[in-house]
Design a protein around this ligand. Structure first.
Ligand code: S3P
Length: 433
């Protein structure tokens, strides 16, 4: 993909449905009794992997434009699949489905692509084994082999890493276990599972003590089909919000963006950076919070002179936005520093390494750290960069290309479709030059 430097970006961005919420909506609908309708289901390849797995497990799925209807089979109604369940590039599919299938005692094998097969799976296998599941890995990695017919017992589990995928895996297994299952997190991670289980009629106990949260579900809880509309993906919005803020004269309108506080820390960083942004919230009752965002380009001169430091508990609330925030950092007079983000090294690629390598190729001043980086204000030069097969790296460097001098070429940029299939078309549509 060739990206030339751009003038102001103007217009409206239609975001894909939120990836994290879409995965959960499809899985919970499958585990429920009755039919569910999910509007604005993410068009992403990752969310298609979840539907593919569910359909191989005997779940009937209908499509109607961007809406998906699912006939639930109940927590124990999955059939043994006739072949391996292919999770593609999707960590959320593999880790959450592992909890559901271990809980339901379905014999199966879960596989993934080359990237997913390198990602750590012991983090879900350990708690599931403690609950009594029969689940094996290849040296801590996919394929995951789940043995059928095991009955699980509820546990109390303190998360060793701040991960919503691990939290969700254990809670979902807990729905089919004997007794109560409690997950303790010492830093809040995205809470879509907790919110959505309530929407499907399951009561979730939450106790908060400072930053620590204890989240509990009871074994034998039954899900009831529900209708919901998936908000636009704030992680997808982040690419256009940063592009809009750093290119002077831009005016972008992003309607219907998910504003869940456990996901929205990127907005706080943009505010801290001095971005001109206004948000109109919708009234969504008990559902996920949603709003329309307008952003106007400040350019470097209109943004903060101070350094932005991202560290500690907040990292979990913008973990997917760090690559694009690195690009923001190149345009800030004080630069931007990220600490406590070692988890980025085990995402779809090692995102710290990918950001550092690509930004250096573009002439940026960036120091690599084990758990993050420090990027200083830099005049970027067009260069040949690599997505490393990671959708968020591909899109972050498309935005870098907009503010770089000359032409930026991104190799293997089509992986953007993992979360945002028409990203490049929408980018082309809002360019004015
Ligand atoms: C996700 C949780 C995060 C995030 C991923 C989606 C989820 O991963 O990076 O894109 O839907 O629960 P971790 O749980 O590994 O932090």
């Amino acid at each position: 993909m060739r990206i030339e430097s751009a003038g102001p970006l103007k217009g409206k961005i239609v975001l894909p449905g939120d990836k994290s919420i879409s995965h959960r909506a499809a899985m919970f609908a499958a585990m429920a009794s009755g039919q569910s309708r999910i509007e604005n289901y993410a068009a992403s390849e990752d969310c298609a992997s979840t539907l593919g797995c569910l359909s191989a497990l005997g779940v009937k799925i209908g499509r109607d434009g961007s809406a998906v209807t699912i006939d639930g089979v109940g927590g124990n109604g999955f059939i043994r699949p006739s072949s391996d369940l292919d999770c593609g590039n999707s960590g959320t599919t593999m880790r959450l489905m592992a909890g559901i299938l271990a809980g339901a005692g379905v014999e199966c094998v879960m596989t993934g692509d080359a990237s997913l097969s390198k990602r750590p799976m012991r983090r879900v296998v350990d708690p599931l084994t403690e609950m009594g599941a029969g689940i094996e890995t290849e040296d801590g990695h996919a394929p995951l082999q789940i043995k059928g017919g095991k009955k699980l017992t509820g546990i109390e589990y303190k998360l060793p890493v701040a991960s919503a995928q691990v939290k969700s895996c254990v809670l979902l297994a807990g729905l089919n276990a004997e007794g109560t299952t409690t997950v303790i997190e010492s830093a809040p991670t995205r809470d879509h599972t907790e919110r959505m289980l309530e929407q499907f009629g399951v009561s979730v106990g939450t106790e908060t003590d400072g930053a620590t949260r204890r989240i509990s579900v009871n074994g034998g809880s039954l899900l009831k089909g529900a209708s919901l509309r998936v908000p636009g993906d704030i992680s997808a919005a982040a690419f256009f919000l940063v592009a809009g803020a750093i290119i002077e004269g831009s005016q972008l309108y992003l309607p219907f963006v998910g504003l869940n506080p456990t996901r929205a820390a990127v907005l706080d960083v943009l505010r801290q950076a001095g971005a001109k942004m206004s948000i109109t919230e919708h009234d969504t009752g008990k559902g996920e919070p949603v709003g329309d965002i307008e952003i106007e380009g400040s350019g470097t001169a209109g943004l903060t002179k101070a350094r932005i430091v991202i560290e500690g508990d907040v990292v979990a609330n913008l973990v997917d936005e760090v690559p694009i925030l690195a690009i923001l950092g190149t345009q800030l007079e004080g630069g931007l520093e990220v600490r406590d983000a070692a988890e980025l090294r085990v995402k779809e690629t090692d995102r710290i390494d990918a950001v550092v390598k690509n930004l250096r190729k573009m002439g940026a001043d960036i120091e690599e750290r084990e758990d993050g980086f420090l990027v200083r204000r830099s005049l970027l030069q067009g260069a040949e960069v690599d997505s490393f097969g990671d959708h968020r790296i591909a899109m972050a460097f498309a935005v870098a290309g907009l503010v770089a001098e000359g032409v930026t070429e991104i190799h293997d940029a089509e992986c953007a479709a993992v979360s945002f299939p028409d990203f490049f078309e929408q980018l082309a549509a809002v360019r004015t030059q």
